[in-house]
Design a protein around this ligand. Structure first.
Ligand SMILES: NC(=O)c1ccc[n+]([C@@H]2O[C@H](COP(=O)([O-])OP(=O)(O)OC[C@H]3O[C@@H](n4cnc5c(N)ncnc54)[C@H](OP(=O)(O)O)[C@@H]3O)[C@@H](O)[C@H]2O)c1
Length: 337
């Protein structure tokens, strides 16, 4: 029978800046019924981790503290609890932690216990690091380009912060589905990254009138805007969206989007605006299986490339957060336990 063991984790005891991330020893219990104990090999860094740390992630409920943060991890199963038949020690798996509730996210750890039902097998040919770089961000992109605004040939799409984690997948996936893609980015280096990902046009949105630039490329406005930036671009995005286009907001890296008066949405037709929460799409296992098969299938074909640009030791998570918040990252970043 497996016993409790000690392992290191990044915990927060209070909300705040990167300095509240503490590298501590914690007890990891044996897996209970339906659970496995997992040794992490790669942990995905996500903006949600910053929001969790700051205390701005949950609007309706509070995360119980102290808490191990982190929403995405890959690793090797160390032991399985009673009733787990489909997985065994040695299997390589990846997961997105439960969100939208006060459960412990728990990914910033060397080892953890997690429900077997949440785990996805990592296919041969995909490394643990690629899986941790791809799952949460790729599934978020799947929600947007396959469900909320199914991208088709002939569409024109504007992707904000196009060199970022989720957006890297959005650009590649929207191109694959036949869209013309315009990306906005914050620097010359990110412009090169966005072009390499497949953007047809790249706009340095901090340096130019990006609304005018988009309208010059697509008079009448784009079919859709995918926005993980929020406050700084949300309302203005409607001014370069077609009269019947869709604005999909999925994040607020620059701050909360301002309240929206819906009346102007009718000024050129019937613009649609939505905000997604990716976790809710995957409550049914069948949907998770469908989306992960598609995601990993496209990775295997070379259509989608998880772009791991930076790695940090788990104990250096605070520096990784600083770099993410200060816009110094591109693509996917992983923490290595
Ligand atoms: N709704 C969901 O289910 C869901 C799921 C996953 C992620 N998200 C959200 O999606 C967004 C992107 O997440 P990610 O992990 O892929 O991060 P990311 O895009 O890799 O990083 C954030 C990027 O946003 C841009 N940005 C613009 N203004 C910023 C500001 N004031 N501070 C910091 N960054 C700013 C920066 O790019 P530039 O330098 O190019 O401006 C920065 O690199 C986040 O808001 C995240 O919370 C939501």
């Amino acid at each position: 029978m497996p016993q409790s063991i000690r392992a290191h984790a990044i915990r927060i005891h209070e909300n705040g800046g990167p300095e509240v991330l503490r590298f501590e020893e914690v007890e990891v219990p044996p897996p209970g019924p339906g659970e496995v104990r997992l040794r992490h090999t790669a942990i995905g860094l996500n903006y949600a981790d910053v929001n969790l740390r700051r205390g701005t992630f949950y609007l309706h409920t509070k995360l119980a503290l102290p808490a191990i943060i982190g929403n995405e991890g890959a690793g090797v199963i160390e032991s399985v609890g009673p009733g787990v038949a489909a997985l065994k020690p040695g299997d390589r798996v990846v997961y997105v932690a439960p969100s939208g509730m006060a459960a412990q996210p728990g990914a910033y750890s060397e080892m953890r216990v997690i429900e077997a039902e949440r785990l996805v097998r990592i296919p041969d040919g995909v490394s643990d690091e690629q899986a941790a770089a791809a799952l949460l961000k790729g599934l978020t992109a799947w929600c947007i380009v396959r469900r909320v605004f199914p991208v088709k040939p002939g569409h024109s799409v504007l992707v904000h912060a196009a060199a970022g984690g989720v957006s890297s997948f959005l650009v590649q996936w929207a191109k694959h589905l036949g869209a013309m893609v315009i990306g906005t980015v914050g620097s010359a280096e990110k412009e090169r990254t966005a072009r390499a990902l497949g953007c047809d046009h790249v706009i340095r949105y901090r340096d130019v009138d990006w609304v005018a630039a988009v309208n010059a490329i697509v008079p009448g406005g784009v079919s859709a805007v995918f926005d993980g930036v929020g406050k700084d671009v949300f309302l203005a995005s409607l001014d370069c969206l077609s009269g019947f286009g869709t604005l999909v907001n999925f994040g607020n890296a620059s701050g909360a989007p301002p309240p929206l008066d819906i009346r102007p949405l009718a000024h050129r037709g019937a613009q649609m605006v939505t905000r997604i929460g990716m976790g809710f799409f995957f409550y049914e296992r069948a949907t998770l299986d469908e989306a992960t098969a598609e995601l990993f299938g496209l990775i295997a074909q070379g259509v989608l490339t998880p772009n791991v640009t930076q790695r940090y030791a788990l104990r250096d998570a605070a520096q990784a957060h600083r770099d993410l918040e200060e816009r110094r990252t591109t693509g996917s970043v992983v923490l290595v336990p």
